[in-house]
Structures are given as C-alpha cells and as structure tokens.
Design a protein around this ligand. Structure first.
Ligand SMILES: C[S@@+](CC[C@H](N)C(=O)[O-])C[C@H]1O[C@@H](n2cnc3c(N)ncnc32)[C@H](O)[C@@H]1O
Length: 265
C-alpha cells in the first residue's frame, strides 16, 4: 500500500477512535452506562497520535495553570498523575518543582510513548517517569505518594469509588488527591459562546473533546455522594476557570480530598 493510502487509513482510524469515544460518552450521559466508554478508553494507536495532534496546542495552557495552583498551595514531594494521556500534567509539575519525584501513568503503552517524547521535548525526561498501568490496580506500593492528580478523567471510570480506594492505598497519611474535571453545572451558553469564537477547523475537536467531557461529567452533588462512599476527607469542592482553546473558560470543578493523617492502614 502506498504511503499516502497508509496515512489516510491511519487518520481515518484515529478519527473513528475519537468519534467512538465521544459517542460512548454521549451514551453514558444519556442512559447512565459507562461500559462502552470504559472499554474504549485505553486509547490505542493511531487514536493516540490523533488525540496528540488535537490536544497539544489547545489544552496545554490548562496544565500550566493547574500545576501552578497545586504547587503554590502546598509543598509536595512525590507526585502521581493517573490516566496521564500525553503527559502534560506531570511535565508541568516537573518543570515547576525541580526536587519532586513525578510519575505519570496510563493504561495505553502508546500514550506512554508519546508522553515520554513530550517530556524529552520539554527537557524533563530525566525527572519524570512514565509507567503503563491501570487505575483499577495501581502498580505502586502503599503509602508512597503525597499527591495524586487526575485531570478530566473522573467521568470515564466505571467504578470511581474503587479507583478512589486504589488511590487512597498509594497515598501517604495526610496525602492529597486532587480531582479536576469538567463542571457539569456549566451553563450550555458558556460552551456555545466559546465555540462561536473558534475558527471553523477547531469547532469539531472542541465539541468532541471538552464539550463531550462536560456532558459526561458528574454534578457536584453526585460527586459528594460518591466521595461519601470512600475514606477520604473533603478539603474543598469548587468551580474553576482554566484556559483551553485560547479562552478562559469557567467550566471546571476541582475536588481536593485528603487521606486522614491519623489513619492506621
Ligand atoms: C481523555 S484521555 C487523557 C486525559 C489526560 N489526563 C489529559 O488531561 O489529557 C484519557 C486517558 O485515560 C487512559 N485510560 C483509560 N483507561 C484507563 C485505565 N483503566 N487506567 C489508566 N489509564 C486509562 C487513556 O489511555 C487515555 O490516555
């Protein structure tokens, strides 16, 4: 097959992978099932490269802002970003905290490969480690990290309470779990206006990515109920504004949870 035909096939497969993920999220938000979304989420090649192509420029400022706010709040030393995707969150954390041990984990080996390339390009390959593993069975010892982050993936988990228990296990007593996700309570108009301001070629990726994530996200009351089923203490749950697609969007929620410092496990 010619190189041209191969490339076209790769692009088409990538578009299908991303499109199916969006469709699965939609199904989940309509009928309340996560099965399809979950089975599609360990994004394989070439969906990974397409995701990388679409997300690189448009989402990157968000990670810089998130990492800045985390490290301004408190001194953390051992940090883990789960379902890290392209690795931008751990890369930003490593850029801002030279003495930290930073690890990014993803189920997709191909995502890990791209994240490693991104870390190399940002000159932090020696200070960030990437690991292949699943949130359903974290490949780390207990009481190891003082911070775990998850960025815009909570709504993908089939059993979020079990994932939170996994995270609880790998955290040191007093360690924190910062969950960022799209904010379900964001008015539709915020998204419509943001989309209107975009050039035509960015409207589809914006709809498939952030808007799809928002539709599948949990409402704050659902999130609180979910956390009540875990052993975490809630430090805060609040609305947040971050820059994506070159616009500051008040479209995110941050939930800060803590493993009690008095815990005996
Ligand atoms: C929306 S993408 C990337 C999210 C990333 N945190 C970001 O901000 O760009 C979701 C990621 O979750 C990964 N993933 C899916 N199921 C997973 C699992 N069970 N354990 C770990 N990662 C998983 C996918 O491979 C994908 O890279």
């Amino acid at each position: 097959m010619s190189l041209f035909k191969k490339s076209l096939k790769g692009i088409a497969a990538g578009v299908c992978a991303v499109g199916l993920c969006a469709l699965a999220r939609k199904v989940k938000s309509r009928v309340g099932t996560l099965d399809i979304a979950q089975s599609l989420e360990g994004i394989p090649f070439p969906g990974t490269d397409l995701y990388s192509f679409l997300a690189t420029r448009e989402l990157k400022p968000m990670y810089t802002e998130m990492a800045g706010e985390i490290l301004k709040e408190k001194e953390f030393h051992k940090l883990l970003d789960i379902s890290t995707g392209l690795g931008y969150m751990p890369i930003e954390l490593a850029l801002h905290c030279k003495d930290c041990l930073v690890i990014g984990m993803d189920e997709s080996a191909d995502m890990v490969r791209i994240a490693e390339d991104n870390a190399r390009a940002s000159h932090v390959r020696n200070t960030v480690d990437f690991v292949t593993g699943s949130v359903t069975n974290l490949p780390f010892p207990g009481r190891y990290f003082d911070l775990v982050t998850s960025i815009n993936v909570l709504h993908h988990w089939e059993d979020p309470v079990s994932v939170m228990e996994e995270i609880y296990h790998v955290l040191l007593p007093g360690g924190e779990f910062w969950i960022y996700d799209y904010r379900y309570e964001t008015p539709q108009k915020v998204w419509d206006d943001a989309k209107e301001r975009l050039p035509l070629y960015l409207r589809l990726p914006f709809t498939i990515g952030p808007v799809g994530g928002w539709k599948a996200a949990y409402a704050e009351r659902e999130l609180r109920r979910m956390i009540e089923g875990t052993r975490f203490e809630v430090l805060s749950i609040e609305p947040k504004t971050f820059t994506i697609f070159e616009q500051k969007l008040p479209a995110f929620t941050l939930a800060r949870l803590r493993k009690p410092s008095t815990t005996t496990d």
